[in-house]
Every structure is written in structure tokens, then in C-alpha cells.
Ligand binder design. Sequence first.
Ligand code: ATR
Length: 275
Amino acid sequence: MSQEKKLGVIGFPITHSKSPIIHHYWIKKYNLNGSYEALEIPPDDFTVRIHVLIEGGYTGFNVTIPHKESVMDLCDEIDDAATQIGAVNTLVIEDQKLIGKNTDAFGFIQNIKTTQMDFDFTQGAACVLGAGGAARAIIYALAQEKIPQIFLANRTADRAQALRQDFPNIPIEIIDWDKKESILPNANLLVNTTSLGMDGLTPLRIDIQGLPRTALVNDIVYTPLMTELLKNAQAQGHPFVTGIGMLLHQARPAFESWFGIMPEIDDALIKLVSE
Ligand code: ATR
């Protein structure tokens, strides 16, 4: 058998990461020789620790909060998605070079494309709630899919302005957080990219009655799977997509870049990560 590939996810804290479950599942399913660990590394130790891991034989990592931006300084190469999003979530070590990638945009789009096959991104505007790291990946993804217009609402207006400046070629209109309902009648897609609605956190309060009934609703929060937003969307008869698929799909190209196999998502895996 080939030499074991050592992989892991780097974050701080890292205990809640589902990435080890996903990658272990695929390593077993495809009968590969690999390991994948959760690696807790505090920010002030980051550069030294990552080099120690690489010297210890690690050939790839996922990178999560709070390291997604700072890791870019260590990369020898960065792909287009990561450059434009301004964050790296996947590292591949090849010939002693650190290659940074971002697979979150892919995860977002594939989650929608595989569950809502008839959805056409070009047919109308998207309303995006939030302007953090996840929103950046999603706006990049929506631009790739040629969305005609984005309405962006964020509690902190400055962050929304900064995001718009970083994507000058995308038509982004900023809406006051308190007036987000006002643009729903013009939306074909509503995406919550904030952490609101996550178990134990503040709920997301939004009245979606103004949203056209054909509009697709997506929440990137996946604990719980059916957030209040999605429950309301379902009750109103909207097509909707849960957040678990983005997590699963973003993992696929990372796995492929380490093992050369594009893994499939099956029901057993969905069940495993939903537990
Ligand atoms: P991520 O990388 O997961 O996107 P983040 O960069 O911390 O995480 O972004 C979190 C998002 O949730 C932001 O849009 C944040 O709004 P602010 O930019 O105003 O902080 C949003 N968010 C978090 N808590 C919120 C709250 N209580 N009310 C409104 N928005 C909130």
C-alpha cells in the first residue's frame, strides 16, 4: 500500500468541526491510506506550528476560523477563487510549496445545483444577508453564475461597503439591515450567510411574506438543519435548500486535491453529519 497521507483541519477552536467525519468517511469508502485530524492551533502560534506539521509529513489541510485570511501570507500560490474571496479554506502541499484554494463557492453552488436542478441563477436578483467570510464566497459564486443583481444587507454597513468595493464588477446594492424586508419582492433567491439562527445563538428575524413564492430560500446555517427561516419558507411554499450540502460539497474538491478522487455524497454521509 502507498504511504499514508496525513491531512487535517486547522482552526481555533476546532472541537465542533465536522470535517474529520466527512473525510474519514471518504477515506474509508474509497479504501485509501490516509488520516485526517482536527488540529487546534491558536493564532499567535500559527506560522511555526504549520511548518512543524508539514515537516512532520502533512500534505494538506483544511483551514477554518480564525486562520482563513492570515494563512494567505504563507501561500506560494493562491487560486482565483481564494484570491477574489480573500480567504483560503484548503491547503495542498506539493513539492514543498503551499497552494491555497477556496472551495466554499463551489460548495454553495453545488448544493443548490444538485438539489434544485431547475433553478436558474440568471433569472433574477439575490438577496444576501450578511457580509462576513461566507458572504464573500457566496457573492463570488453568484457572480460566476451570472446573477444579474445582488441586494446585500448587513448589520454593520461598513462591512457591506467594503465587500462591494472588493467586487467592483458585480452589481451590488446595499440595503439597510433594518429595511431588508423591503427588497424581498424583487428577489429570486434569498440566502442567509449570517450565523443568526444557529443553535444557541440569536434567531434571525425576517418576515419573508413579501418574497415571491417561486423564490428559492437557502440558509447556510445547518445546526439546526431546518432553521426558522427555512421552516417559514417551507410553510409559504417556497423551494428551499438546507445548509448541510454546502458543508459537504465544499469538502469534495479539497478531498480531490489531496487524493485525486472527486468523492460523492451519499445518504449515509448526510445522515452521519446531520447527527
Ligand atoms: P463567517 O466567516 O461565517 O461569515 P463572520 O465573518 O464572523 O463569519 O460573519 C458573520 C456574519 O453574521 C456577519 O455578517 C455578521 O454581521 P456583522 O458584520 O454586523 O458583524 C453577522 N451577524 C452575527 N451576529 C449578528 C447579529 N446578532 N445580528 C446581525 N448580524 C449578525
